[in-house]
Design a protein around this ligand. Structure first.
Ligand SMILES: Nc1ncnc2c1ncn2[C@@H]1O[C@H](COP(=O)(O)OP(=O)(O)O)[C@@H](O)[C@H]1O
Ligand SMILES: Nc1ccn([C@@H]2O[C@H](COP(=O)(O)OP(=O)(O)O)[C@@H](O)[C@H]2O)c(=O)n1
Length: 209
């Protein structure tokens, strides 16, 4: 198996930041799999369809193109919540498996981040990191991020969002949010980005030996 780094964890734990930094460091392509679920939900909402319309959600998931995501729109607060609703549908998840595994099978390897990369998408990944942080820390980080993007960012509401989404993602029967048995957990509550990146690199180097 090529060099695959699987990064999972709850909302705003710093998965994407670490995945991007590791991908740059090891010259690997990176796929933020959360964008796939966000884009599926966004397609439904833009067509005025309901989020629980499974058939349309599957069709939207099948027609996604990795290259034309409007990231600013997809990373808006409401889209995280909507993504978590469509992500609970087994048929939507099934429609996105081949695309993710195809990305992970690139000869040079890849970094993927999400909720089920180490458990379902790439169970044989060479490196698995489960990134976590206290909900309050994650809500503070997300509030800062949204404020920087010009979105209204009420800390209390964001903390509620994060907790509700984690609960839904953990409780669903299809590929729930959980650490793979062979993942290394990295709690970034007391680490800044540089410290978290150094710790993640340490985990990768150890797994490569
Ligand atoms: N260790 C850290 N310390 C402080 N801020 C962080 C840390 N890791 C990530 N962030 C910031 O928190 C926000 C969420 O991080 P992100 O990587 O997008 O998380 P996720 O992909 O898990 O949702 C971003 O604004 C990011 O810059
Ligand atoms: N591999 C993945 C990635 C995301 N998701 C879903 O998509 C939602 C948005 O994921 P994300 O990674 O973009 O969210 P953040 O952690 O960035 O807030 C999550 O709350 C999950 O419900 C998933 O189910 N499986």
């Amino acid at each position: 198996m090529s060099f695959v780094i699987a990064i999972d964890g709850p909302a705003a734990s710093g998965k994407g930041t670490l995945a991007r930094r590791l991908a740059a460091h090891y010259s690997l392509p990176h796929l933020d799999t959360g964008l796939l679920y966000r884009a599926t939900a966004c397609a439904l909402l833009e067509e005025g369809l309901r989020l629980d319309d499974v058939e349309s959600a599957v069709a939207a998931a099948r027609s996604l193109s990795l290259t034309d995501f409007d990231e600013k729109r997809l990373r808006a607060r409401d889209m995280g919540e909507a993504a978590s609703v469509v992500a609970a549908m087994p048929a939507v998840r099934a429609a996105l498996v081949d695309m993710q595994r195809g990305f992970a099978a690139r000869p040079e390897g890849a970094v993927l981040d999400g909720r089920d990369i180490g458990t379902v998408i790439c169970p044989d990944a060479k490196v698995k990191i489960f990134v976590t942080a206290a909900p309050e820390t994650r809500a503070t980080r997300r509030a800062l991020e949204l404020a920087r993007a010009g979105e209204e960012a009420d800390y209390t509401a964001i903390l509620e969002d994060v907790k509700k989404r984690d609960a839904r993602d953990s409780a669903r029967s299809a590929a729930p949010l959980k650490a793979a048995a062979d993942a290394v957990t990295l709690d970034t509550s007391d680490l800044d980005i540089e410290e978290a990146f150094a710790a993640a690199r340490g985990i990768v180097e150890k797994a490569r030996r």
